[in-house]
Design a protein around this ligand. Structure first.
Ligand code: MLT
Length: 266
């Protein structure tokens, strides 16, 4: 469904009733990556997913995009939908946007799930790599980066034994535009460090990590867990960076358990 938000068309899905759970996707994917989780959860809660600015069917920005802008788009969408309190689920780039959302709109959050993500900013070398990547995708198109992205995002179990997962990830990546992907890469290079937020967090947080995640390894997830008071860590075996696509039942099961625990705490 398209809605005009902050000057662009934003595509979102809003299904089910009850506690609103909002899903923010990874780079360079879009909300299609959440299909399994939406199917599992929508009989228990209200599920809202969104194509972040520049991805899927959402419009792109003129000029620079930022994690804060993406968080502001989500906040405006919630206002338009009349939603006041959410559980926010962000995977990787979705996690960076979730941390920006926490900084800006803490009052809207009931709980958070930070999956395959990190709070630290990029080192100079990583920023440089992102700028080169952005130029390449603009110059040569999305298919020029699909192969390297698939190898980086998926764990070795998926690459060796789950051809349907590999194909699905390729298809989702290639449904995005070069401009949207380049803009988000530059936005991630410019994102601020959010490590300071972790020790302030005063809400239930579940950290999830794929055991085969090479981009944001389990050790990094565990250091986030340690920094956030009361946070829990769920490690998903035989999953890489896209743990929700690679092992959908385990990921959704962890979400259901976390969300049920929140209801118990009310
Ligand atoms: C993602 O999956 O969103 C990306 O790996 C994030 C990043 O490039 O830092």
């Amino acid at each position: 469904m398209l809605i005009k938000i902050n000057g662009i068309d934003l595509d979102y899905r809003d299904q089910g009733t009850g506690l609103p759970v909002v899903f923010l996707h990874a780079f360079p994917l879009n909300q299609q990556m959440w299909t399994d989780q939406l199917d599992t959860l929508q009989s228990r809660c209200r599920t809202i997913s969104v194509d972040l600015r520049g991805f899927g069917r959402s419009g792109g920005s003129e000029g620079t995009v930022s994690m804060d802008q993406m968080a502001a788009d989500v906040r405006e969408l919630l206002t338009a939908l009349g939603v006041h309190q959410i559980v926010l689920v962000g995977l990787s780039m979705g996690g960076y946007v979730s941390l920006a959302f926490y900084r800006l709109y803490r009052e809207t959050l009931r709980a958070m799930v930070l999956a395959d993500t990190r709070a630290t900013e990029d080192k100079a070398e990583a920023k440089e790599r992102r700028h080169r990547f952005a130029e390449k995708v603009e110059r040569e198109g999305v298919s020029s980066i699909t192969g390297e992205m698939v190898s980086a995002l998926l764990g070795h179990t998926s690459i060796e034994r789950r051809p349907a997962v590999v194909q699905r990830v390729r298809t989702i990546i290639e449904s995005n535009s070069p401009a949207g992907i380049a803009g988000a890469q530059r936005a991630m290079a410019a994102r601020r460090d959010s490590t300071d937020l972790l020790s302030e967090m005063d809400l239930p947080v579940l950290v999830i990590s794929g055991a085969e995640d090479n981009l944001t390894p389990v050790a990094e997830a565990d250091s986030m867990r340690q920094a956030i008071k009361g946070a829990r860590l769920k490690v998903i075996e035989e999953a890489g960076h896209l743990s929700n696509i690679e092992c959908p039942d385990e990921f959704s099961g962890a979400l259901v358990e976390f969300i049920e625990s929140l209801k118990g705490g009310e």
